[in-house]
Ligand binder design. Sequence first.
Ligand SMILES: [Zn+2]
Length: 278
Amino acid sequence: MRRNSFRVTLSAANLLVAFLASSSYAAKKSSSGGAGSPITVVIDAGHGGHDRGGIPGQRVAEKDMTLDVALRLSNVLSASGYRVVMTRSTDVFVPLGGRVAIANSYRNAVFVCIHFNATGRSGASGIETYFYSRDSLPLASAIHHYVTGGAPSANRGVRRRGYYVLRKTSIPAVLVECGFLTNPTEAAYAQSASYRQKLAEEIAAGVRGRNSVGSGFTTTRVATAESIPLQPYIDQTKVTSSKKSRSKRSHKKSTRKNKSSSKRSSSDARASSSDREG
Ligand SMILES: [Zn+2]
């Protein structure tokens, strides 16, 4: 119950901030995209407060990395004329319902959740971007295109998954996993301010480019110079129908152990994505 009143206070505070921000950014509105395009970006730094994120015993706290990237993203987007709303801008815990309520209080907006990945296998690495509603795929494609283009980490693809913050939001919503903090190389990247700035700039480029993504949900398109190719995605939402293939997969996994490293990393991808919940 205390949590509820906290949430209400927080939403009200955010609305106030948004109201104040709207007047200062009103003049810049036209520079943030074409007519009718979303102009408010709700940025969600994953975890916070008592919720460190990641897995038990993880050295680098996910909540600190997500907040830093989110604040940098806020700066970059504000500088390009976007109205920005943060679900948290300090090290506090905001329940998922509170985050969604903030996002859903805006129209003409998009929601971007910043996370870093974790798994027990230190070899697992790479960047993945999640979406749920079809309306969110262009934003996911664009963000993933830029982030993977600008990062040395592996491309683990765009994935469709029913995370709470993606399922419950009524505006286009995307969750970016900016690399594995349990991987020594990627943890070292994440701890570099210049790398976090780069991540923020690439995510911002994706927000700007969201309307340039080639359309067509399943077709492979040849991208023009102006358009961002629709990123191939992995559907992880069909829980019941995947039962069969999952048991097949685990069989394959055991027979595949000594094969190429690229195959090993793709089985890492499946295993680790079922390991953690955002
Ligand atoms: Zn997370």
